[in-house]
Design a protein. Sequence first.
Length: 272
Amino acid sequence: MVRHTATRAGPEALRAGSVAEMRQVTTRWRAVRLRPVHPAGWWFDGLLLAGLVTLTAALAAGHLFGLDRAVADWSDAHRPTTAYWIAWLLNYLGQGGPLTLIAVGLGVLLAVRLRSARPLLPPVAGLVLINLVVGALKVATARPAPSASVREPFLAPEQTLPLFQHELPLQFARSYPSGHVVNAIIWYGVIVLLLAQLLETYGRTLPPRIAVAVRVIPPLVVFFTTMYLGWHWLTDSIAGLLLGLLLDRVLHRMPWDDVPLPARFDQGRHTH
């Protein structure tokens, strides 16, 4: 309970009020705490980052090309028409455009029900992370896809493997890491987060097994189909898996309910 011990008027009161407001805002920011993730602690984040850095360094040094080539060649030799189209359809589980629309749509529905823009924060943050981090890595590593030897720019098979081929046009050298895999990990994580909150507003809960299945199965399907279709190297997909899990942990650590928002964008909270 707040007690008022004196009443002031004039400039002194304005100054006192300003200081109080500043303290209140500062206190609010300090109250923000990161949410727990599983596995807990930062060691797993460090492991994911170390794995990504090590994998990238190995590829930059010319290692693992034999493994990538062997997986790509096996896929080419075991891809009948029916299997191709099944894999092609399943790979749509990792298409960034539709997943973004679904996540934003859930955010809008939840925002309307809660009378707050807060549910839009996770999909916006996910979109920013994907475009900035994944996009920057693709441009920086400049690696062609396996299919670059059978379609434009029709490179020699051995030239499709190395990183840092900046002499190629950008559209032909952005295979590493796999954006499909990162999309699947991040967007299904955001979708589960928002769907669970939306169901809560109707007095229902999202069964944990369904939540786990939605978060695990689509990324795994995308992981394998991108390789099988020859759209990514094995190491592209592994890098996407490592980076996707790392960014997913960043998003799920954010205390979205405690991020300070102006009252006009968070009306539901201020009416209680």
